[in-house]
Design a protein around this ligand. Structure first.
Ligand SMILES: *Cc1c(COP(=O)(O)O)cnc(C)c1O
Length: 347
């Protein structure tokens, strides 16, 4: 393998965070038991915290957000049924074909700006009852929208699309990998965002900075079924309190500080927008994700490579598009260093 350059500012993703010393200590000292027997007090605590946070009857701790999505799909849908999601939704692109392979679910991708569709578009996408059509079953919202640039679905829109879903007797699922970013940026409580959904989950390994895990919440019945699939898919663990403790710690200490990530993203966006050839409207940066296009002589992979040579890592998302994500391990001062590097590369 080629020697990789030293990374000084890692804006590749909010998944690159390392557990802090205090988080590690807390994990080290966690009380544990067999989570499959519901005897792990730390897992039980985390599940109760998430159920309460999201205003649902129950929650289940899972190894990843991907497993939250895939299990939710399997609980909501039978093979041959259809889920409706924005065309940028995570399971369409980043779950290795899981909806087809694991749930046998058909996906109806919906259009709309910045990772969001509206109620009218959803209404049009829902199938009438006809033997030749897949049966519409599930409506999917990703809050915040990752490929939508960390955009926050407005509460009115969330309510409008979930109203349409209920009217058509469809189930509703909230992919809340970055829900807490939306909570902190909007001031709207997590349970309010989650209220119109049958199932919802949050990830501990994105902005919250824990090393492992996510938790899926819903009705007692829904979560009992989710537990069966967790077992079946090999996601049931033993003394998982060791890792669940990272989630407990993150919910206690790493939520409010997401505001710093949002301020850093906005500062980064403003600095980048001032550079020649960069297309970016800083006003669209609502949380911790910054997408921008480069229009100069260098394409996105070349810009990313040159930034990396200067110790700044971002991700090329296409020929002209670059993504940068702020998080717990990036300070305001590092944002200035990233901008310095960007000025040198894009000048
Ligand atoms: C990261 C992410 C997931 C998957 O979570 P993992 O914990 O990485 O498996 C799902 N949805 C969205 C929107 C994400 O950003």
């Amino acid at each position: 393998m080629a020697e990789s350059p030293r990374i000084d500012v890692d804006l590749y993703s909010d998944t690159v965070t390392r557990p802090t010393k205090d988080m590690r200590r807390f994990m080290c000292e966690a009380e544990v038991g067999d989570e499959q027997k519901h005897e792990d007090p730390t897992v039980n605590l985390l599940q109760d915290m998430v159920a309460d946070l999201l205003g649902k009857e129950a929650a289940v701790f899972l190894p990843s957000g991907t497993m939250c999505n895939e299990i939710a799909l399997r609980v909501h849908c039978r093979p041959g049924e259809e889920m409706l999601a924005h065309r940028t939704a995570h399971p369409i692109h980043f779950e290795t074909g899981g909806p087809g392979a694991l749930a046998g679910v058909n996906i109806r991708p919906l259009d709309g700006a910045r990772g969001q569709y509206d109620a009218a578009t959803l209404e049009e996408g829902i199938r009438p009852d006809f033997r030749h059509y897949p049966r519409s079953r599930l409506v999917w919202v990703e809050q915040t929208s990752n490929l939508g640039g960390g955009s926050i679905w407005p509460l009115a829109r969330v309510r409008a699309v979930t109203d349409v879903a209920r009217w058509h007797r469809l189930s509703t699922h909230l992919d809340g990998a970055r829900l807490m970013n939306a909570v902190v940026a909007s001031g709207v409580a997590a349970r309010e965002w989650a209220a119109p959904f049958d199932s919802a989950w949050i990830d501990f390994t994105k902005g919250l900075g824990a090393p492992v895990g996510a938790a899926l919440a819903g009705s007692r019945e829904f979560i009992a079924e989710a537990w069966r699939l967790k077992q079946q898919m090999g996601g049931a663990m033993r003394q998982a309190g060791i890792i669940a403790a990272g989630g407990v710690y993150a919910l206690r200490h790493h939520v409010k500080r997401l505001a710093e990530d949002h301020a850093n993203a906005r500062r980064l966006a403003e600095g980048l927008a001032a550079l020649p050839g960069v297309r970016l409207d800083p006003a669209t940066v609502e949380t911790n994700i910054v997408f921008f296009d480069v229009g100069g002589p260098l394409d996105a992979p070349a810009v990313v490579e040159q930034l990396l040579a200067r110790g700044v890592r971002m991700g090329a998302m296409g020929a002209r598009t670059i993504r940068a994500v702020t998080h717990l391990d990036v300070s305001a001062e590092q944002i200035e260093r990233a901008l310095e590097a960007a000025r040198a590369v894009l000048r």
